[in-house]
Each structure stands twice: as C-alpha cells, then as structure tokens.
Design a protein around this ligand. Structure first.
Ligand SMILES: NC(=O)c1ccc[n+]([C@@H]2O[C@H](COP(=O)([O-])OP(=O)(O)OC[C@H]3O[C@@H](n4cnc5c(N)ncnc54)[C@H](OP(=O)(O)O)[C@@H]3O)[C@@H](O)[C@H]2O)c1
Length: 302
C-alpha cells in the first residue's frame, strides 16, 4: 500500500518517515527528502488546490497529515495562517482522500480543551479551546469529521524528541548554559515522544481502528517543572550534562506568554486499551527516547 506522509520534516512526520518500512512517499515544503532513499514531493499545504492535485496524482491507500502550524504563541498574531494550515488544509486533504478512497490520519491536540477539568478528558468531552492554536486545531477536527473521509483524528500532547523544536531540547540547551532555571509548575499534561506518536499511529492503522477521535499520549501526567527535572536526571545519568541546574517551580503567572495554556490537559486513553494497545508511562518513554539514539542525544545539546 502507498502511504503518503505530509510534513515529513516535523517531529512526528520525521518519525513516521523513519518507521514506515515500505511504500512511503513523503512531502516536505521544499521537496527535499528527510532521508536518503525516501521518495519525496514538494507541497506547501497553504496551497489547497495543490493538496487535492497531489493526492489525486499519487492515489495513496493511506494519507497521514503530520503538517501543522504549531507555534502556539505566534498563532495569537497569525490567526489566518494558523487556520489555513490547521483547518482548511486538513479539510482539503480529507476530501481528496474521500475522492480516491484513501484512509486519512490527522493529528490534533490536548489544547482543544480549556483545562478546567481534573479528570482525563475523553475524546467526546466538550471542547473549549482558550487560544488561537487550539481553536484552529478544533476547527480542523470538525472539518475533517464532516468531510466524509474514512478519517482517524489522533489527539496528542506535549510532543518532544531529540530533534526539532521542543521542550526537551530547550531544557538541554539551557541546562548546559545556566545553574538555575525557573519552570512552570501549574500546567499538567503528558509528555509524549514523537517516536511513540508514530508507533501508536502505525499500530492503530494496522489494527484497522475505527474512524473518529482517539487519544494518543504516554501514560500518566506531570507538570512542565517535573518534566524538566526528569530530563535533567536522565541527561546527567547518561553523561549528556555534567550537572543538573537547580529547577525552581513557578506559577504560570510568573511566566507570561502571548497564548494562555490549559492548566490541566491530560487525555483519557481507554480507546487504545480497548483495542489492546499498551502505552508506556511518560517517564519510561523519556528514558527510551534517550536510549534509542545516544548519538542523537549528544547532538541534542548542540
Ligand atoms: N508539538 C507539540 O507539542 C504538539 C502537541 C499536541 C499536538 N501536536 C500535533 O501533532 C502534530 C505533529 O506536530 P509536530 O510537533 O510534529 O509539529 P512540528 O514539529 O512543528 O512540524 C510541523 C510540520 O508542518 C510543516 N508545515 C508547517 N506549515 C507548512 C506549510 N505551509 N506547508 C508545508 N508544510 C508545513 C512543517 O514544515 P517546515 O519544517 O517546512 O516548517 C513541519 O514539517 C500536529 O498536528 C500538531 O498540531 C503537537
């Protein structure tokens, strides 16, 4: 089966390209392939006609959309672009998939919830995004669900890895530069490595999981501050940092950002359990992330 991965330079897209053994066609904005030997086409997803034309031409059996506008703070001042990439583009992809009879996998976010809950959010719980990014992702979900495509929407959260732009890489860089860091302790979520998102996506597709919304995250929850401390424990144990900085817990009010973030955005994964799919605890997934590629771990400091 031909699998089209859209956005193969991103954290999740890159992992998908790495984990899909055969039949892979990737797209990147430039057309440059993420790996030697992977066939790759150029696609700017703001060009909605180009999306339909490319899917009609390739005729894939499966399309996975890993492209997204993910700059949560910048989205507050670039709403039009965020909605084009996160809502209109996925709708075009889903409609084109329906036309060629392809399955469609699209990713969404824990930020579709307002964070006022204190129990893990279930896929059908009411959404109430509190920022432009979350609103644009929610509109993407609605448009994909209404498209008539055989579409799975996988909500994930706090995605990180040893490449790309993410919290882990920022902590490793700052940890190498400073003796003390102040990190927000009143936002709770589930740090989820990109390799795990890709692996769970493959598992869901392989098991023929039903269309609709699924939650795809590592098990358990922690604050950004707790996550930072765990990153430094791992990095020092593996010799990637000579010593851990002191991490001071602060409230979000002491770290103002343009976009408000949910204070609690843990997602219920009983849908995965019902399909017999196990997910690792976030702390084990963090250790596994370092273990997978010690060389990449070292370069994460650069
Ligand atoms: N990161 C998180 O913490 C997080 C949390 C919850 C949910 N998610 C969701 O998970 C999915 C994957 O996120 P990620 O972290 O892997 O994202 P990412 O690393 O930010 O990658 C985004 C990808 O989208 C591509 N892209 C953006 N605008 C494009 C355009 N106009 N044309 C073509 N490509 C474009 C980027 O290409 P360039 O490299 O060319 O810019 C990049 O390949 C997304 O749906 C995201 O909303 C992420």
């Amino acid at each position: 089966m031909k699998t089209l991965v859209i956005g193969a330079t991103g954290q999740v897209g890159h992992e998908l390209a790495r984990q899909i053994p055969s039949g892979l066609i990737a797209t990147t904005r430039s057309g440059e392939s993420p790996f030697a030997g992977v066939s790759c086409l150029a696609l700017d997803v703001t060009d909605l006609d180009a999306i339909s034309a490319l899917i009609a031409r390739v005729e894939p059996g499966l399309v996975v959309n890993a492209s997204a506008y993910t700059a949560v703070d910048r989205a507050e001042s670039e709403a039009e672009l965020a909605f084009r990439v996160n809502a209109q583009a996925p709708e075009s992809m889903a409609r084109a998939c329906a036309d060629v009879g392809a399955r469609f996998v699209h990713y969404s976010t824990d930020y579709v919830f307002d964070g006022d809950g204190r129990e893990p959010y279930r896929p059908d719980d009411p959404t109430a995004p509190i920022g432009v990014y979350g609103r644009s992702k929610r509109e993407g979900e609605e448009r994909v669900l209404a498209s008539g495509a055989d579409a799975m929407i996988l909500r994930t959260a706090w995605v990180y890895g040893l490449r790309g732009q993410n919290f882990l890489r920022t902590m490793l860089r700052l940890g190498g530069e400073r003796d003390e860091l102040r990190v927000v302790d009143d936002q709770i979520g589930s740090p989820t490595p990109a390799w795990l998102v890709a692996a769970l996506t493959r598992e869901l597709v392989a098991r023929g999981a039903p269309a609709g919304i699924q939650h795809v995250i590592a098990r358990g929850a922690v604050s950004w501050c707790g996550f930072a401390r765990a990153i430094f424990d791992e990095a020092t144990a593996r010799g990637l940092l000579a010593r851990a900085p002191r991490v001071e817990a602060i409230p979000s009010s002491e770290y103002p950002t343009p976009a408000k973030r949910p204070s609690y955005s843990v997602l219920d994964t009983s849908g995965l359990a019902a399909l017999g799919i196990d997910v690792p605890a976030w702390r084990d997934a963090l250790a596994e992330t370092f273990m997978r590629d010690v060389g990449a771990g070292a370069s994460a400091l650069g």
